[in-house]
Design a protein around this ligand. Structure first.
Ligand SMILES: [Zn+2]
Length: 219
């Protein structure tokens, strides 16, 4: 059965599109109501640190809403925390848990929840690690299926071959993050490599955890 309500919990504006844009487009095409929760305000996403923070935050917010619209996402909500300062705190867990409670997703998609030592350190942005861990803790017991970006031990591939153009159109909305260029080539390379492993042209990979067993009460 395909998911009906999907909550995407990420650290920064542009993370949903870079990490799972094809999957989001496909879930929407399959009829899902997909929504985003973006934890930080993206204020560090500038090549020129002298730029005023407020302007960049507003730009990135507008870019994220435009990108989400391209993918058919129905709502983008923001926690507005300072970019670069996310940590797996109880406050962050409570804020994410409130969104899970409010929306009642049957699928939560988020970052890989720990440092991926087997691959380049770029994949382990501290904000991403913090949000992945905290989102999984917030979703504990909520009955949602969980997919995290499959940096290590991926066991679930989504065939996004028909959704690559849409993903790239969404990525182009994040103009402030593209350095005046187009969509970085690595995005297609990664999807092609994942597709090679999955037996299709382009794929995005996840580690999947099924929902907790019904009636499970813990110890
Ligand atoms: Zn990010």
């Amino acid at each position: 059965m395909s998911p009906e309500r999907v909550l995407v919990v990420v650290a920064h504006p542009d993370d949903p599109e870079f990490l799972f844009g094809g999957t989001i487009a496909r879930l929407v095409a399959d009829g899902a109501d997909v929504r985003y929760l973006v934890c930080s305000d993206g204020r560090l996403g500038a090549d020129d640190p002298s730029l005023p923070t407020a302007g960049l935050v507003a730009t990135r917010r507008a870019e994220q809403h435009a990108a989400a619209a391209v993918l058919g996402v129905r709502e983008v909500r923001w926690l507005g925390l300072p970019d670069g300062e996310l940590a797996p705190t109880l406050d962050l867990r409570a804020a994410i848990a409130r969104e899970i409670e409010r929306f009642g997703p049957d699928l939560v998609i988020t970052h890989y929840p720990r440092r991926a030592l087997a691959i380049a350190i770029e994949a382990s942005h501290p904000d991403h690690v913090a949000v992945g861990e905290t989102a999984l803790s917030a979703a504990w017991g909520a009955g949602s299926e969980l997919w995290v970006a499959g940096y290590e031990a991926a066991d679930h591939a989504v065939d996004v071959s028909d959704f690559v153009e849409r993903k790239e159109r969404a990525l182009l909305c994040h103009a402030s993050q593209l350095g005046g260029g187009g969509v970085p080539e690595w995005t297609r390379h990664e999807m092609a490599a994942a597709g090679g492993r999955a037996g299709c042209r382009y794929a995005e990979e996840f580690v999947r955890q099924p929902p907790m067993a019904v009636g499970w009460r813990g110890w």
